[in-house]
Design a protein around this ligand. Sequence first.
Ligand SMILES: [Zn+2]
Length: 179
Amino acid sequence: MMPANADCPLCNGHGETVLYRNAFLRVINAQDPDYPAFTRVILNRHVQEMTDLNQAERHGLMSAVYLVEALQRRHFQPAKINLAQFGNMVPHLHWHIIPRFADDRHFPNPVWGMPREEACVPDSDEARDCVSRVAHVAQQLPAYHQAIGETFLPLFGDTDGTLPDQADVEQTLLKIADL
Ligand SMILES: [Zn+2]
C-alpha cells in the first residue's frame, strides 16, 4: 500500500462531506452550488491510475461509480450522467459523477467548460422549467444522500475494505432501476 502523500488534498480529505466510507473508498458530496447532486467516489489510497489497482479493486471502485450513477438516475431523471476521471491536478484516483440537465449552467459542455451564453436565471419569468427542475433536484437531494449510505453499507461493509461480490452489485443495480 502506498503511503499517504502529505501534499495531496485527497489523502488529507479535509472539509469533505462524506456520504459513505469504508477502508477502501469514500463517497462524498462535491458541494458544487451549480450542481448540488455532483458526487465523487474517491479511492482512499494514494494511487494514480486505474491500472495500478488489481482486478478486484478496479471492479470494486467502478461498482461504486455505477451504483452512484444508478441512484442519480432514479432520484433526478437527468438528461445525461457525466462520469469523469482526470487527476491532472490531483493525481489520486477519484471519479466525478454528475447528473446533467439541458438547462444547467454549462450544458452541453462539460461542467469544467464554457458556461452557456443564456444561462438559466431562476428569478426570470422565462425560467419556470428551470426553476421546477432545480426545485426537483433540491427536493430529492436528502433522499439521494440517504440512499447512497443504505445502498453501499450491505455491499461494502461498514469499516474494513470490503469489496462487493459482483453478482450482488448487479442485483442491486437492477433493483435500483426497477424502483
Ligand atoms: Zn493522495
